[in-house]
Design a binder for this molecule. Sequence first.
Ligand SMILES: Cc1cc2nc3c(=O)[nH]c(=O)nc-3n(C[C@H](O)[C@H](O)[C@H](O)COP(=O)(O)O)c2cc1C
Length: 276
Amino acid sequence: MSNRALEHLGERYGSDGAAPRFEQWNPVIESLLGHRSVRRYAQKPLPEGTLELLVAAAQSAPSSSNLQLWSVLSVQDVERRRRLSELAGGQAHVRECGLFLVWLADLRRLGDVASHRGVGHEGLDYLEMFVMAVVDAALAAQNALVAAESLGLGTVYIGALRNHPEAVAAELGLPPQVFATFGLCVGWPDPSVPANIKPRLPREVVLHNEQYGAFERSVGAIEAYDQLMDRFYAKERMGVQGSWSRHSAARVESAQALRGRDRLRAALLAMGFRLQ
Ligand SMILES: Cc1cc2nc3c(=O)[nH]c(=O)nc-3n(C[C@H](O)[C@H](O)[C@H](O)COP(=O)(O)O)c2cc1C
């Protein structure tokens, strides 16, 4: 294993005891293990062709039945970026990153393909197709993210675009049955504000064998993770109140805790998705 991969694993799990016994390490795995979201960007242009390269990486992702139920929209206009940043809770990185991409779950194109061939498209009215489109969009976006990080670029997803789905759709001129699933900032990380690897739950919490294990088996490991995250929050001066399990539980305590996203189903219905 490379020293860098070992370092990444140590930061990811808070100990190097989590290193898998695996011999064939390579730069792809090293880059994956080194992921960290970047929210501060240097004002430096991206290499020519970056957008096209990231789209090629995205289009190389698997797609359910190769239906390719996703699209991506690049937003460069300064004023539109500013408005999207406001819709996403005022996140400055939406304005400041080199490239801002919006990943779309797109049932519209297949509907148009069917209509163009004189065929109905009732199947698009079902929740299954919406799930397929969101999964396709997410896999494509993550391929683009991995490609960007392999070039040394920084990235962060912007799920907060779902705070105001209809307003985002209007801003981007989305037709019915096209949904902005999330945004993605891409840019050169600001070297004066380095982002660090954020620890994850211990492997045994997320890895089940054969059948789903009871929660009780994970209680101790989650407590240990809370302590690890407390140290991370303090080191990063993130000002997070309470432990990871406390603030994560608070995110689902009530409908209000979803901060407007509790009305997503209604918004999707208004945007032409049937979700049957
Ligand atoms: C779908 C999705 C939406 C996200 N939305 C936001 C967002 O709106 N703003 C933000 O700063 N980070 C956002 N993030 C980044 C997460 O906060 C981040 O991935 C998580 O805290 C783990 O940190 P890491 O990516 O540095 O490992 C999002 C991540 C995902 C996967």
